[in-house]
Design a protein. Sequence first.
Length: 256
Amino acid sequence: MRARMLSFLVIPGLCAPGCTTSLCDPERYPLVETDEAVLYVDQQMGWAGATGTCEDPFGEISDAVGAIDGPTTLLVATGEYGGDILVSDDVAIHGVGADLVLIGGVESSVAAQDGARLHLEGVGLRGAWYGLWATSSTVTLVDVDLASSLWFGAFTEGTTATFEGCRWLDNGPGGPGEISGGLLARQSVVSVTDSELRDNAGMAVAAVGSELSLRRVVISAVATDALGELGRGVEFVAAAEGEAPKSTRRAEVRAA
């Protein structure tokens, strides 16, 4: 069962199996309810050869991903983590906040491929060529910052992607002309809800052969085109609460 974020409140004595509160401060990690295996990641206290308990956490998210066996939830403490994290399994990565758990990288902060099921929540992706690179996968991002990527904040191909409460900020300065920006979708089904795309170079949203749903999305300070030249012919489906869906190129999008 997919992990569900509950809160960041401290509940004394609550920890995953094998964890003792004397060694695992529950304030360090997000509080998550899950039936999956749990691994802990802590840049300050962890190391590469860890077992992944809160007493012995991994130091990098990539080390924890490499150790998973079956559906797994990673609980990540505050820190700046290395990127180019490749996911091809069923993985949920929960951080304590998008401004507290930062994932860098060179090619991408996080990449999902080969049928992966990836859930990202409470983390910040920044500084790589792509914040998220997802091909032939199912990805869900909740409360994630996608910032300062050189090409696109998120790229999807042959993927079902859901973004909730996400922020695309300052992406695209290294891309080739206008072909850069916030979100690029190819042959994908993408839903973006309660999110913001701001100060992205090139295009805010671009799509090729994709179905996109934008609901309560704000696009502002776009360098060239809010919806992008690659978005021609793509319908953006939107509907207010209780109303039937309608299709329009600019449904529920505010361009400032």
